[in-house]
Design a protein around this ligand. Structure first.
Ligand code: GTP
Ligand code: MG
Length: 613
């Protein structure tokens, strides 16, 4: 075995918002990979439109900096639990990891999840306590908690001797001892050079594991991954080995390595490096590309199972086809199956209905991002309420369970406890500090978390942070009754008017503005009572000869509650759908006419009565 001392491969892992992408900014800026006058801003690696809008990383990405003649390949990962499949996808490219821990929040259940994964993959860890510039930081305590986490998770004694750095990613500084004045990020780069093992390489015929894919309109598919053995050069003949054991021959087009935000075209690249190659038309993540001399497949990338599912169907609303560019079953099916090529923790299945597909993901945000991406691409479709994926193990029904952590103010404990007990949550830990802050940890079945996020934000008036992480499967805890009120349902197709909406506001709150086109069965508001009621929001005031008083003319409507896509998905019940188009997000009943809905209620009642007889 040989080592390449001119390369280091590191992955940055942490809980959401602990500062991974900001730390990459600091390394990129210090390595002067930008022109002096280039405006790069912040969170440079978060280039996706949704990443920018939401301020979170969604996809893991590669970059590289050169420090003292050594190329450091850096992989930035998302910290949100819904995207943990991304961490699993890229971790095998690295030899070391930077575990970031926020100096206030400390290690979280997600920090435990990513660290466990990194240690199991044999990565050499470096701990970076970040945000030390924050006044309320509690560095000593956070370090102790991180050490405890290592004691719990280390698989060998040498993993316990991890180096610790203290950083302010935002200021671009890191120090090795607390109290030292930070100047730049050099101590971190030095530490990476010293602590992260040089990549081990095997000489022999070329072999690389594909960990990511990209597309280019001219170059076609681009396979990205680490070379484990040998070299690859332009025009080399290679074989690609897929999951079903099939083998295809290709000629390599171009070979690229990383530097800063660019890919550099190179004539050849060698084992230990992370490269992007073109010319391999049919390749998927997890496939091995190798020399035909020794076509041996590397172990495939394993990612955890999805926990929730929902249906994606062709839009069946009366407004179908009006706003989308891609509306047919074939287009929807093709797009969903294409997503599987890069979105490793997603699953798509056909259903009994040819127009509907079952899509499974790691959480509501995972699926919501897919929906939002598709709608921006011009797709129009309808989705159902997400549901937890249950399984039968040894004849017993089991369901996914998650750890929920909440940080909020003391005053919300009462309301949260009530909400959570209705959702079958069990409190496992509760800690207060001297400033009326409370930290709660609970075990909750995934089904109890569906729709919880919006309710949580409302209950805590935005003064709370919640995070969840998958724990495992447990015996079915029983059904949860919906606690949501009924809806206000449009009884006729037409254009909503102020008078009609004002009537609706007498019953509850509304979701739409005047002049919004509506159809029969569309949900236009939330009733203040448990039942659904049909209401004609297109109804105009009767014109009479009697002159109306001014108060009659100037009806003042309360501004509507406008639901975002995620809130809409959170909101609906099993008998409802969200209609998604590039222009609108509408909520609707599955059964559009009131007669159909009444018939369905009475038939379900009859079946309950039959069972009780
Ligand atoms: N005060 C302070 N804020 C920081 C520091 N590092 C990051 N932040 C802020 O923390 C927030 C989250 O930073 P990100 O770099 O996006 O965090 P992340 O870990 O990449 O988040 P995800 O990719 O979504 O998991 C941003 O508002 C940063 O400006 C720091 O050292 N000090
Ligand atoms: Mg990030």
């Amino acid at each position: 075995m040989n080592y390449r001392s001119d390369i280091r491969n590191v992955v940055i892992i942490a809980h959401v918002d602990h500062g991974k992408t900001t730390l990459v900014d600091a390394m990129l800026k210090q390595s002067r990979v930008f022109r002096d006058n280039q405006k790069v801003g912040e969170l440079i690696m978060d280039q996706g439109v949704l990443e920018r809008e939401k301020g979170i990383t969604i996809l893991a990405k590669n970059t590289a900096v050169v420090y003292r003649g050594v190329k450091i390949n850096i992989i930035d990962t998302p910290g949100h639990a819904d995207f943990s499949g991304e961490v699993e996808r890229v971790i095998s490219m690295a030899d070391g990891c930077l575990l970031l821990v926020d100096s206030i929040e400390g290690p979280t259940p997600h920090t435990r999840f990513v660290l466990r994964h990194a240690l199991r993959n044999g990565l050499k860890p470096i701990v970076v306590i970040n945000k030390i510039d924050r006044k309320d930081s509690r560095i000593a305590e956070v370090l102790r908690l991180t050490q405890d986490l290592f004691l719990e998770l280390a698989t060998s004694a040498d993993q316990l001797g991890f180096p610790v750095l203290y950083a302010s990613a935002r200021e671009g500084t890191a120090v090795t001892e607390l109290g030292m004045k930070g100047k730049d990020i050099t101590p971190l780069l030095e530490c990476i050079l010293k602590e992260v093992p040089s990549p081990q390489i095997e000489s022999g015929p070329f072999q690389m594991l594909v960990s990511n894919l990209d597309y280019d309109s001219h170059k076609g598919k681009i396979a990205i991954g680490r070379i484990w053995r040998g070299k690859v050069a332009t025009h080399d003949l290679v074989v690609s080995m897929s999951a079903d054991g099939s083998v295809a021959y290709y000629e390599v087009g171009e070979v690229f390595t990383y530097l800063g935000l660019k890919r550099l075209k190179v004539e050849e690249a060698e084992a230990g490096d992370i490269v992007a190659v073109t010319g391999i038309e049919k390749v998927n993540i997890g496939d091995t590309i190798a020399s035909p001399e020794r076509p041996e497949a590397l172990p495939r990338i394993e990612v955890g199972e999805p926990t929730i599912e929902m249906t994606f169907g062709v839009n069946t609303s009366p407004f179908a086809g009006r706003e989308g560019r891609f509306c047919t079953t074939r287009q929807l099916q093709k797009r969903l199956y294409k997503e599987l090529e890069t979105n490793l923790s997603l699953r798509v299945q056909d259903t009994d209905s040819p127009d509907t597909f079952l899509v499974k993901g790691r959480g509501e945000l995972h699926l919501a991002i897919l929906i939002e991406t598709m709608r921006r691409e011009g797709y129009e479709f309808e989705v159902s309420k997400p549901e937890a994926i249950t399984k039968v193990v040894d004849g017993n029904l089991v369901e996914p369970v998650e750890v929920l952590t909440i940080d909020t103010k003391d005053e919300y404990i009462g309301v949260l406890t009530e909400m959570l007990s209705n959702r079958q949550a069990q409190l496992t830990d509760m800690r207060n500090d001297s400033h009326d802050n409370v930290h709660l940890e609970l075990r909750v079945p995934t089904k109890g978390l569906i729709g919880f996020h919006s309710a949580f934000l409302t209950a805590t008036r935005g003064e709370g942070i919640m995070n969840t992480i998958f724990l495992g499967y447990e015996a079915w805890h029983g059904d949860i009754a919906s606690t949501r009120n009924g809806t206000l349902v449009a009884s006729e197709q037409g254009i909503a008017v102020t008078y009609g909406l004002n009537n609706a506001q007498g019953r509850g709150c509304t979701f739409i503005e005047p002049v919004t086109p509506v159809y029969e069965g569309m949900i236009v508001g939330l009733n203040s009572r448990p039942q659904d009621i049909a209401i004609n929001v297109c109804k105009e005031k009767k014109k009479t000869n009697v002159r109306s008083s001014t108060s009659d003319i100037a009806i003042k409507l309360t501004p509507p509650m406008q639901l975002s896509l995620e809130q809409a998905i959170d909101f609906i019940n099993n008998d409802e759908l969200v209609e998604v188009t590039p222009e609108n997000i509408r909520l609707r009943k599955k059964l559009l006419t009131q007669a159909q809905r009444l018939r369905s209620i009475s038939s379900s009642r009859r079946s309950v009565e039959k069972q009780t007889i």
